[in-house]
Structure formats: C-alpha cells, structure tokens
Design a protein around this ligand. Structure first.
Ligand SMILES: C[S@@+](CC[C@H](N)C(=O)[O-])C[C@H]1O[C@@H](n2cnc3c(N)ncnc32)[C@H](O)[C@@H]1O
Length: 170
C-alpha cells in the first residue's frame, strides 16, 4: 500500500513538473530531433543567424542550431530544472561560446537581435506573442512554429506532414 502511494506521489509530481508551465505559455514536450532539424532547415539557418528558441526546454534546438548549422543561439526557459539542464548540457557540449540560455519568462525578455525565432508552444500563446514578435523583430526575421499556426499571418512555407510553419516579419 505504501509503495503504491509513493508511486502515485512520484507520478503526480512528474505531471506537475511537466505541465505547470502550461499556465505560462506551454507544458513540456521536447520536439522530436527530426522535426528540430526540419524547423531549422525550413528557415534556411546559416552561420550568420541568431536563432532564438522561446521556451528552450532541454536546449536541443539551440545545440542543433550551433552544431549543425553553425549559428549562434539563445534560449529562454522559465522552468528552473529545464533551464539548469540546458545550461549544463551546453557547457558539456563545448558550444557555450555560441549558445546563451536565459532564465525567465520570454514575454519579459528582449528578443530584438534574433534573425530566426523557433516556437513550439501552444496556439493561444502564439497569438499572445504576435504583438511582441511584430514590435521587436526586424523585417525579414523568420519565425518557425511547430504544430501551431498563426491565425492571420501569411505563410511563407510549410511542411504539412511535419506540421512546421514558416513566417517572415514584414
Ligand atoms: C513544448 S516545450 C518545447 C521545448 C523545446 N523548445 C523543444 O522544442 O524541444 C515548451 C517549453 O516552453 C517553456 N515555457 C512555457 N512558457 C514559457 C514562458 N512564458 N517563458 C519561458 N519558457 C516558457 C516550458 O517550460 C517548456 O520547456
């Protein structure tokens, strides 16, 4: 009986840790690696780019942008454990010259130096971000969203089977 209670508590803690950030913008669900590569490829990321991942989770998009595409990358993460994990993995990877991880709420961070922004969040959060993206990003900045489309932004490119959507700030 005690064993079942402990397993139940661990399960509840795990679900709470994974989903508490839903109230901030999105729960935790790491993007599959093939989609990570395709998101960066559809944005035609180059070594001159600064790639932002809003809600960077374990940092996999940042690491791929730096390692495979030679770009600089910035992640913003509100969950302290995921932030520390991404920071530690970046340190171990030898890519820390190219990658910055910021702790906190992406709604409160300045993202003006981005040339590519990657989003794997939640539909209503994308819509809440529209004003910030339009205000802070330079014309020509590419915005890639995984799973969720922007309601009224014109698509530049998309991969329907991967549910990856590319937009450009005008
Ligand atoms: C669906 S996961 C995507 C993780 C990563 N981008 C990937 O594709 O593997 C969304 C991430 O956004 C983070 N997040 C949600 N709301 C946030 C906010 N307001 N500010 C910063 N991070 C946030 C969550 O903690 C979670 O790690």
């Amino acid at each position: 009986m005690e064993f079942l209670i402990i397993i139940g508590l661990i399960f509840i803690l795990y679900v709470a840790w994974k989903y508490w950030t839903l109230f901030m913008g999105a729960g935790y669900d790491p993007a599959p690696m093939d989609k990570v590569y395709k998101m960066l490829a559809i944005a035609n990321v180059k070594s001159s780019d600064v790639v932002y991942d809003l809600g960077c989770g374990d940092g996999r998009i940042l690491l791929t942008a730096a390692r495979k595409f030679g770009a600089r990358a910035v992640g913003i993460e509100i969950d302290p454990f995921r932030f520390l994990f991404a920071w530690f993995i970046t340190l171990l990877s030898g890519q820390s010259r190219k990658i910055r991880i910021r702790f906190g709420n992406f709604f409160k961070h300045n993202i003006t130096d981005a040339t590519v922004v990657i989003l794997f969040l939640y539909g209503p959060t994308n819509n809440r971000l529209k004003g910030k993206l339009s205000r802070e990003l330079k014309p020509g900045t590419r915005v890639v969203s995984y799973i969720w489309r922007f309601d009224d932004w014109e698509l530049v490119d998309f991969s329907p089977e991967d549910r990856i959507y590319l937009y450009t700030i005008s």
